[in-house]
Design a protein around this ligand. Structure first.
Ligand code: ACK
Length: 997
């Protein structure tokens, strides 16, 4: 009985014949893939049986079976066709078969086997069709036994299990081989035979291609394979891989990178798309063309600049293309006797670059401004004329009475690439004002112990009438440490108040409508000694001369005053020791400089209208033409209009009127201002033209100031001026205040609202009137001592016990500086007056406004010293500001640039502490931004302390004024934080995080 049918009843169902694909195997034979006949040979012919069935896809299933289990001495061979070796060095034979368990077949004991043998025979070519089969040619590979055979299930069914066995054979050297299956009496179904060898398949690794590689037969050694870079890639380190025995690639070394213009995508290097570029070889992506450049082809290594945009040789290809800067803006000049200051603001368009410098070109022109030729080399530029990094230059050694044209060009790194697009700023300067000295030899007419009389002549016919002369003098020994000056309208003067037996240096300059001439050479003259005969009664002479020079009958007034009131507010100290000046001046009230005028309080006149007529000219109202109302004062309207002066052309004036129905006291208070103003003669003090008292309405006529009051002017032009321009304004105010303090007038209400500005940005101090100003000033508040005081502007000692002095004016001046540098911000913002007083007492001082040079904030802090004798005097302020103007680079360091601000308890004491972001913003009246801060993650005060103006802008504060207010306060917090850190009082710094509402 043959068991073949029986066998297949179990064999076919449930067999899984599909072949798993193995990428690292090269198949030499796979019976499941052979569609036609296999034509394998069997020996003897009736041993193995070939059965070909069809699967559900109609593909043949080649099966060989043998089951002669009942007959002894079986030796049935099944031989494959010749299999070419190809590249194989070692082959793998995978057999899938079923093998019946002999126990499951009755009556076969002794003859039934459960194994079969696998053999091979290497040979270079296949046998001929009639070749005889010789089993001895074959070498045995292995005896194959089943892992599984028939298995009984719980239900009693028999389930056939498929065995898979794999055997390796090698090395194989011949071109091909046969396999043979020897049955010795088992019941076998050979379902599939797969013969393969292993390889490491070709692959791309690290942008290198590695070919198919056959592993070594010796499984312990690897094949080293060198890769070739893919197209458009270049080698970095030689790319290598090792092929392992199982056909796996191991140990990748080295690599290739995509060349310029190409980027990696799916292990290949593909060209950058148009609009993109890659400038460097490497495993980076192509980048979008930088601004103002483009690429039109694929694979661009860089992008080309648009028209009028350039790339400097040192600019990296990643940088945006840039263009030439626009012309510098707001080019202005300022000229004095010897120096011409040119100043401008940076171009509105820097071309997208940060390397902007400036070149200055100088041309000297003919009278009509035409026929210009380059300046000769005598004209000097400080610091230099080319490659300037700052926006100002000082020009020296120019010729007086000449016309110059200066051109300023802004340059940047690409200026050399587009010369045709250069833009220059031009300014024409006439050096009329810088005329030569109009004063010849200065002679000493006589000298006493304390005075010297001088006279001089004009050197040449002046081009404009001389208005007056200024005489500057100082003790020779003191070498210009401090100097004094006086003025005269005639070409002679008696300088008084000098020290006996002392050599003085004098020089004189003239003032014409065109400005000051240069100073005369210096002349040295000595005062007489104690025994000098000339010493007689020089005080009398002095008074007469001074009074005449000043244009006021001071002598008469003073004599009158002395006789009537018996009080003397005026004296000339004949021996002023210069070292005493500082200490005594503020403490004892006014000490006039020698040769200067002295202010007289109109209240010391019994009849105040007498004071008015003493100091103010009565104007015929028919000469006044009122044009329009420009504002409202406490006593009536303020109008603008014209004043006709006989023989001269009309001048613009402001007219303050006293409204009808006034009381006598109001009239007196109104005219008091004129009595005060009329005593002043200084370019930085508002000039009184005269008064109308003899008809109605009563008027005070003053020079017209085109730009009105300084506070509103600055607010209107927020951010429009250069620092030098602002310092120029501050210098003017300080100079006016120096004049006032020199003649002994204490202003008491110095504030930006009381400064007027003309159309040349000249600032003049106005609003005089002692107690009246304070009544008048809306900022003035009542203090506990009963007076009305503008708290935010006033020094603590003046608030506390009405100690007003030039030193308290210096405090107010510091506040004016702050107002100017912050473009009219309200000092201490919205803090209450009471809080201002308390925080000043605790040592709080206003922080530097945004963009404020350190030097200016330091000057403010000096003005705000508690100890009033330590505050600077106005002459110190003027010379300090002059130094800054002469050396503009000293203004470049801004407070926000300073990382470690010099903090001393005196200069920078604790700032008030706020509890939370909300409290802080409330104190600034900026509560509307609370959620902006919190949404951006600024929930604590220490987190905001690092915020820059850009951060403030970024979180949505768009108004420049608000940005300024917030940043100023942040700087204050930062300084306080620094101070707290330095002093180690961290517990003072209370920070509460806050949640959004
Ligand atoms: O800020 P303003 O324009 O400048 O408004 C006030 C207003 O009058 C009430 O004082 C302006 N004002 C006062 N004096 C003068 C002046 N001399 N020239 C021009 N405007 C003036 C001031």
């Amino acid at each position: 009985m043959t068991y073949q049918r029986f066998f297949f009843m179990f064999a076919l169902p449930g067999l899984v014949l599909s072949d798993p694909s193995h990428s690292n195997q090269v198949v030499l034979l796979d019976t499941t893939a052979v569609l036609g006949e296999l034509s394998w040979k069997t020996y003897p012919i009736n041993g193995w049986d070939a059965i070909t069935e069809m699967d559900e896809h109609n593909r043949p299933i080649h099966t060989f079976q043998v089951c002669h289990v009942m007959e002894p001495n079986q030796n049935n061979w099944l031989r494959t066709n010749w299999i070419p070796r190809q590249a194989a060095q070692k082959i793998y034979v995978e057999l899938r078969f079923t093998l019946r368990d002999c126990n499951s077949i009755p009556w076969v004991s002794g003859t039934c086997k459960e194994t079969f043998n696998l053999h091979y025979f290497e040979i270079d070519e296949p046998h001929g069709a009639n070749a005889h089969f010789n089993p001895n040619d074959y070498a045995k590979i292995d005896t194959i036994a089943a892992d599984e055979s028939f298995t009984q299930t719980d239900l009693g069914d028999r389930v056939l299990r498929l065995n898979t066995e794999v055997r390796e054979v090698g090395p194989i050297a011949r071109k091909g081989f046969y396999l043979a299956f020897q049955d010795v009496g088992a019941c076998i179904a050979l379902v599939s035979v797969r013969v393969y060898y292993k390889k490491c398949p070709s692959t791309l690794r690290n942008l290198a291609a590695f070919p198919d590689t056959v592993p070594r037969v010796d499984s312990s050694s690897l094949v080293e394979v060198r890769g070739a870079c893919v197209e458009n890639a270049e080698e970095r380190d030689t790319p290598r891989l090792y092929c392992g025995a199982d056909g796996d690639w191991l140990v990748p070394l080295g690599r290739c990178v995509c060349s310029i213009g190409y980027e990696e995508s799916d292990s290949l290097c593909i060209a950058c798309r148009p609009g993109f570029y890659k400038a460097f070889a490497g495993n980076i992506k192509c980048s979008k063309c930088p601004p103002h450049s483009s690429s039109h082809t694929e694979g661009s290594s860089q992008c080309h600049c648009e028209r009028s945009y350039y790339r400097a040789s040192k600019d990296p290809p990643t940088m945006a293309c840039t263009r030439l800067p626009s012309s510098p803006r707001n080019l202005v000049f300022n000229i004095n006797e010897t120096a011409l200051f040119l100043e401008w603001t940076p171009p509105s368009d820097t071309g997208g670059r940060k390397d902007v410098t400036y070149d200055v070109f100088c041309f000297r022109c003919g009278a009509d401004g035409q026929a210009c030729e380059p300046c000769n080399s005598n004209v000097r530029f400080i610091p230099k004329s080319t490659g300037l990094t700052s926006t100002s230059v000082v020009v020296q050694d120019f010729v007086a009475h000449a016309n110059y044209t200066f051109q300023i060009e802004a340059l940047n790194g690409v200026s050399g690439l587009g010369r045709s697009e250069r833009q220059l700023a031009n300014i024409t300067v006439s050096t009329e004002q810088a005329g030569p000295s109009l004063v010849g030899v200065v002679r000493k007419d006589w000298a006493s112990q304390t005075s010297i009389a001088l006279s001089w002549q004009e050197t040449e016919q002046p081009h404009a009438a001389i208005l007056d002369y200024e005489i500057k003098y100082y003790e020779k020994e003191q070498e210009q440490l401090s100097y004094s000056s006086t003025r005269t309208k005639s070409p002679s003067v008696i300088v008084t108040g000098l020290n006996p037996s002392t050599v003085y240096v004098f020089h004189v300059r003239a003032r014409t409508l065109a400005g000051y001439s240069s100073y005369s050479p210096k002349f040295e003259f000595a005062t007489g000694d104690e025994n000098s005969e000339e010493a007689a009664d020089q005080g009398q002479v002095l008074v007469i001369v001074t009074a005449t020079v000043g244009g006021f009958s001071l002598l008469i007034i003073l004599t009158l005053f002395l006789l009537i009131s018996g009080r003397c507010q005026w004296y000339i100290k004949s021996k002023i020791k210069s070292e005493d000046k500082k200490g005594t001046q503020y403490q004892n009230g006014h000490v006039p400089f020698p040769g200067s005028k002295t202010y007289i309080d109109p209240d010391t006149y019994e009849d105040p209208s007498q004071a008015v007529h003493e100091f103010a000219k009565e104007i015929d109202p028919s000469r006044i033409q009122i044009e329009r109302v420009i504002g409202a004062g406490e006593f009536g309207e303020v109008c603008s209009g014209q004043l006709r002066i006989p023989g001269k052309k009309e001048i613009p004036v402001a007219i303050k009127t006293l409204k009808g129905g006034y009381t006598e006291r109001q009239r007196r208070d109104f005219l008091r201002e004129a009595s005060i103003m009329g005593q002043f003669d200084n370019p930085n003090i508002i000039r009184l033209q005269g008064v109308v008292t003899k008809s109605r309405p009563v008027m005070i006529v003053v020079e017209y100031m085109e730009n009105g009051s300084l506070d509103s002017f600055l607010r209107k032009h927020d951010g429009h001026f250069t620092v030098i321009q602002l310092v120029g304004m501050l210098r003017g105010i300080a100079s006016g205040m120096m004049y006032l303090s020199d003649i002994g007038y204490v202003h008491r209400d110095l504030a930006a609202r009381n400064i007027l500005v003309d159309d040349n940005l000249v600032c003049k101090v106005s609003d005089f009137g002692l107690s009246r100003v304070l009544e008048d000033d809306p900022e003035a508040a009542y203090t506990t001592t009963g007076g009305k005081i503008p708290i935010r502007w006033t020094a603590p000692e003046a608030i506390a016990y009405r100690k007003f002095s030039s030193a308290s004016d210096a405090w107010s001046y510091g506040i004016v500086m702050w107002e100017v540098m912050s473009y009219g911000e309200r000092p201490y913002w919205e803090m209450s007056n009471q809080d201002v007083i308390l925080s000043i007492e605790e040592g709080y001082r206003l922080p530097a406004p945004m963009g404020c040079p350190v030097a200016l904030h330091q000057l403010m802090l000096l003005c705000w010293q508690k100890e009033r004798s330590r505050r600077p005097q106005f002459n110190d302020v003027v010379s300090f500001l002059d130094k800054l103007i002469r050396n503009p680079s000293s203004l470049l360091t801004l407070v926000e640039d300073v990382n470690s601000f010099p903090v001393t308890p005196e200069d920078m004491p604790d700032y008030p502490l706020f509890i939370s972001i909300g409290d802080w913003l409330d104190s600034l009246k900026m509560s509307q931004y609370k959620n902006n801060f919190i949404a951006a993650g600024y929930t604590t005060l220490d987190s905001i302390s690092t915020m820059s103006i850009d951060d403030v802008r970024r979180i949505g504060v768009s108004l420049i004024g608000h940005q300024r207010r917030i940043v100023s306060s942040i700087q204050a917090l930062r300084l306080q934080f620094l101070h707290v850190q330095q002093s180690g009082f961290h517990e003072n710094w209370t920070i509460y995080p806050e949640e959004p509402q």
